[in-house]
Design a protein around this ligand. Structure first.
Ligand SMILES: Cc1cc2nc3c(=O)[nH]c(=O)nc-3n(C[C@H](O)[C@H](O)[C@H](O)COP(=O)(O)OP(=O)(O)OC[C@H]3O[C@@H](n4cnc5c(N)ncnc54)[C@H](O)[C@@H]3O)c2cc1C
Length: 463
């Protein structure tokens, strides 16, 4: 007989496992089905292992700067295998933690591949055969995978996707990274810091194209200073693969040139895992590989929800988790607030780090806002100088009429931690007046959040 649940979550990434736990905490009988690893892409192949790799690169970079800090360090080097095995160990530890949390919250975990067979019915292919499950509510949290462009398909040897790049078979000498979104630029930063001669090709007019233009430009300046070659408005048209070498045909300004590399990382976006789920049977709509949902993650099919990467951009773990909690509350009979897209922060852990929330200056103007813009450079902050991190910028965009904080954009050390100050501000619908009244501790990088607000109104003290 089929096992019955109030809510079945398909996928155990940061969307799925958080949804399952919150649902169980709210008194629902919950199952979570996972075909591969608990924790999904984020813990196993995304957010966490990349940050572990980048931390090794950061420490290496600092060790090379030892003299600046009055220290000495000889024979600085690295063992790529050990760097990777630390990253895999961190991922394993956290994925194990997810299993523990699901158990603690009495969520039934079913390891297997789920397919929807009818309304409220799921068939799960497990190692031990097929298991039938029924559910009053089903939450799709099946995530996404790397997009593959024709001719640029990863092969694991010369051309890598993110999974290959996370456990590289060798250290690239001459590396081409296709795509300068968060995933591409983080890998570029990691391998470049460890000494790979790195070229980044971006089809849009600037690196990190979703960021504020000023922030992209400053980040690019630092990447170039660190030795990266950045090609913007450029497209990789073809890769000719030979033994140990790839010839890339790169088109810029109407001309195609060939460049040789020993390794290519393809980071050209992701596509949702919508296949073989039985969605067609139920009539759920799919648009360009993502399940179409409303602001409450409802698919339009009674009792069927989609959250996280499978439900579309922004493809971020915290967006997935937030949607997971919202849907669990909805199913448990509560009335949650829908997520506000302009209050979802984005963080990129390259060197220098980049972080943002809300509207860029360009988008705020395009949306009809009269804006006041504040800027505060890291060079004006005592803690940044003490840390040896004087390069960077915090930019704020306020509505000139209402004082609403429309957006904040940052590049520099630890900005991925700083951005949350403004995110809380946006959730509280803060204005410039409250931010100005807030006391910031000294000496901290966070003082720049204050100064970048003051600057928008001509009142910055330290610059
Ligand atoms: C290299 C890289 C770095 C990243 N870094 C960051 C970062 O720093 N910060 C950030 O916010 N985001 C980052 N992301 C994005 C982040 O990983 C995703 O946004 C997040 O994992 C999405 O969560 P999810 O729950 O929607 O799906 P996923 O984490 O993709 O989980 C989906 C799960 O569903 C399972 N599944 C799929 N189909 C089925 C089925 N039919 N039956 C059973 N199980 C199924 C899959 O096996 C998978 O475990 C990164 C991604 C990558 C690739």
């Amino acid at each position: 007989m089929a096992q019955g649940f109030d809510m079945v979550v398909i996928g155990s990434g940061p969307g799925g496992y958080v949804c399952a736990i919150r649902g169980a905490q709210l008194g629902l009988k919950v199952a979570c089905i996972e075909r591969e690893h608990l924790g999904g892409i984020c813990l196993n192949w995304g957010c966490i292992p990349t940050k572990a790799l980048l931390r090794s690169a950061e420490v290496f970079h600092l060790m090379r700067r030892a003299k600046e800090f009055g220290l000495s360090a000889d024979k600085i080097g690295y063992d790529l295998g050990a760097v990777v095995s630390r990253s895999r160990g961190v991922a394993k530890q956290l994925a194990g933690g997810v299993g523990h949390l699901l158990k603690k919250n009495k969520v039934t975990v079913i390891m297997g591949e789920a397919t929807l067979t009818a309304h409220g019915r799921i068939s799960v292919k497990t190692d031990k055969g097929t298991q039938e499950v029924t559910a009053k509510n089903i939450v799709l949290a099946t995530g996404a995978r790397a997009r593959e462009l024709p001719g640029l398909e990863p092969d694991g040897d010369l051309v890598w996707n993110y999974k290959h790049a996370l456990q590289p078979p060798r250290m690239p000498k001459k590396l081409l990274v296709i795509g300068s979104g968060a995933i591409g630029i983080e890998f570029a930063s990691f391998f470049n810091t460890l000494g790979a001669d790195t070229t980044v090709v971006e089809v849009m007019d600037r690196v990190l194209p979703v960021e504020d233009a000023e922030i992209s430009a400053l980040a690019k300046k630092q990447f170039v200073k660190q030795g990266m070659t950045i090609l913007e408005k450029a497209a990789v048209k073809k890769l000719d693969r030979a033994k140990g070498r790839v010839t890339a045909h790169i088109e810029t300004g109407g001309k195609t040139q060939t460049h040789e590399f020993d390794t290519v990382i393809s980071a050209v976006g992701i596509v949702g895992n919508v296949e073989n789920l039985g969605l067609e049977t139920l009539g759920a709509k799919i648009d360009r590989s993502h399940v179409v949902t409303d602001e409450y993650c409802r698919t339009g099919v009674q009792g069927l929800y989609a959250i996280g990467d499978v439900a579309g951009a922004p493809w971020l773990a915290h967006k997935a988790s937030h949607e997971g909690v919202m849907v669990a509350k909805l199913i448990a009979g509560q009335q949650p607030h829908p997520i506000k897209p302009n209050s979802i922060p984005g963080c990129t852990y390259c060197n220098p780090q980049v972080a943002s929330v809300g509207l860029t200056e360009e988008k705020a103007k395009a949306a009809g806002h009269k804006v006041k813009v504040g800027r505060f450079p890291f060079i004006g902050n005592g803690k940044a100088i003490a840390l040896g991190e004087p390069e960077g910028l915090i930019k704020t965009v306020f509505d000139a009429t209402t004082g609403e904080l429309l957006g904040a954009h940052m590049v520099g050390a630890e900005v991925t931690e700083l951005i949350q100050g403004y995110v809380v501000g946006r959730t509280l619908e803060t204005t410039e007046a409250e931010l100005m009244e807030t006391v910031f501790p000294h000496p901290t990088l966070s003082e720049m959040l204050h100064e970048a607000t003051l600057s928008a109104y001509g009142r910055a003290i330290h610059f």
